[in-house]
Ligand binder design. Sequence first.
Ligand code: DAT
Ligand code: MG
Length: 149
Amino acid sequence: MEQTLVLVKPDGVQRGLTGEIIGRLERRGLKLVAMKLMQVDDALAHRHYGEHVDRPFFAGLVSFITSGPVVAMAWEANNAVEIVRSTMGATNPANAAPGTIRGDLGVDIGRNLIHGSDSPESAARELALFFKPEEILSYSRSNDGWIVE
Ligand code: DAT
Ligand code: MG
């Protein structure tokens, strides 16, 4: 089963939108398999966002993601990466469709509330940065059969 890393970024935590964001992913039918409130340090921020190191916004991105607690989660479903990405909406909330997390809750690309891995390969790499293998749980829900055929 595919798993993906989600972060409620510091703006989401500070604005009291953690429950709103988790609720949307829960209602979609994704299964929560790991979660923790944590402070991202400089080293973790650099590893997590390593692909963007040469971009002009990199320093601001690191400073933002380390500016307060984040809620790190692993969510599971068939096609979890794509389902989370479509639920998040476009990177820039100004272009994100209404009905998406970023499209309903944000206005600025530098305060876009949520991170979701962009491919199964990124998800595996990012999940290993944020969670020990034993922190990602395996369990069934009594209503799984009403969510997946
Ligand atoms: P996403 O978070 O949708 O996967 P990304 O991986 O391209 O987007 O970029 C990571 C984060 O960096 C993004 O959530 C917000 C920030 N960012 C991206 N492009 C930016 C830009 N042009 N100006 C400012 N911040 C940007
Ligand atoms: Mg990305």
